[in-house]
Design a protein around this ligand. Structure first.
Ligand code: SF4
Ligand code: SF4
Ligand code: FES
Length: 366
């Protein structure tokens, strides 16, 4: 097949930048990396890119294809070539370019090092010769352990683009890999450190890291787990943590989000007073519900019961998110193996279909 590529060439020494077009004759099973090899071997030996394993293990070949980070050895080019599309290949984002598709990974490794990515054994286990970790305990950090340090998530991180000091998705996912490890003795210290400025709460929740990670690590979910664990352990000084905490309190007490109290609870009374002028401008639009008496949802008992259930099951930290991942995994597995029964086929399973009450049905039919 004929594969066209437009490649952004760049040399940091000269500052020269140019978009160059190539076409190679490649076998139908060729990956993007195979096509780059063909360009380098047969047309332009000066093209620079990284590779090693060629099988999605080493994490060397991260780059952008049409603006999104990919592992070049994972992307098959057949469909692209069939569609007559000529993709634009460029270096990953959020990292300095050295040459062509090669980026300087030093900032990536510096952040990895800063989360102390190694086990700090608990003192109460120091004398034990064997430390068995159960499958259930390992499940909590299964996804985080799959990371191959490719940097594709960092390339697409919106928060890092505006704040290069943000720890970022890869380092935080690595942090969760140790916070969730049953053998680690520095959980609280880690949560304290990751909750500081440029940490957990500076993530904008854009989910681009989940979308681009080629190994299914889902770094944003790892960050959510860190946030949940931090709050479970009372580490909630950051404004982001206070904001999340108030959401839970509000839902538990009234089954409703009480926006009027959100600002003082999150940012403090002084900041809230400064916002009064802005709040007054929203008042005529009905956007500022009166705080007293608070609006209470009709079925607030359900919301309170849900809160109590989560607490009783001990899934108010990272375990709750792991539980959700399993449920979603079961759903998607079922979608791929149609014919099997889904766990959601059971009458008492959740999420339940919405069924109108008898009263609502009557109202609709009359
Ligand atoms: S979800 Fe957070 S960590 Fe992930 S890319 Fe967006 S801002 Fe970055
Ligand atoms: S989390 Fe995924 S995208 Fe990010 S470095 Fe690890 S493997 Fe690569
Ligand atoms: S060459 Fe190793 S992951 Fe692509």
């Amino acid at each position: 097949m004929q594969v066209g590529l437009k490649i952004w060439r760049y040399d940091s020494k000269t500052g020269e930048r140019a978009l160059k077009e190539y076409e190679v004759d490649a076998p139908e099973e060729a990956t993007l990396l195979d096509c780059l090899d063909l360009v380098k071997d047969r047309q332009d030996g000066s093209l620079a890119y990284r590779k090693s394993c060629r099988m999605m293990i080493c994490g060397s070949c991260g780059m952008r294809m049409d603006g999104g980070a990919v592992l070049a050895c994972k992307v098959r080019m057949y469909d692209v070539a069939e569609a007559g599309h000529v993709p634009v290949i460029s270096a990953m984002g959020n990292l300095p370019i050295v040459k062509d598709l090669v980026v300087d990974m030093a900032p990536f490794w510096q952040k990895m090092r800063s989360v102390e990515p190694y086990l700090q054994p608990r003192y109460d286990q120091a004398e034990e010769r064997e430390n068995i970790v159960t499958t259930e305990q390992m499940d909590v950090i299964h996804k985080e352990s799959l990371c191959i340090n490719c940097g594709c998530c960092v390339s697409e991180c919106n928060s890092m683009e505006s704040d290069p000091d943000f720890l970022g998705p890869a380092a935080l996912a690595k942090g969760m890999r140790f916070v969730g490890d049953a053998r680690d003795g520095a959980r609280i210290e880690r949560l304290e450190r990751y909750s500081e400025e440029h940490g957990i709460w500076d993530c904008t929740r854009c989910y681009f890291c989940n979308e681009r990670c080629p190994k299914g690590v889902d770094p944003r979910d790892a960050i959510a787990k860190l946030g949940a664990e931090a709050m479970k352990n009372g580490i909630d000084r950051d404004m982001g943590a206070k904001h999340a905490k108030w959401f839970v309190t509000s839902a538990k007490t009234t089954g409703w989000l009480r926006e009027t109290e959100l600002v003082p609870k999150t940012q403090g009374v002084v900041k809230a007073i400064k916002e009064i002028k802005f709040a007054m401008s929203l008042l005529p639009k009905g956007k500022v519900p009166p705080p007293f008496p608070p609006h209470v949802a009709a079925e607030v008992d359900e919301s309170r019961a849900l809160y109590d259930l989560v607490k009783a099951q001990g899934v108010d930290g990272a375990a709750g998110i792991v539980q959700g991942e399993k449920a979603l995994g079961a759903l998607s597995h079922h979608a791929e193996t149609s014919g099997d029964r889904s766990p959601y086929d059971e009458p008492d399973s959740a999420p339940r279909p919405y069924l109108p009450s008898e009263k609502e049905s009557e109202e609709v039919t009359t």
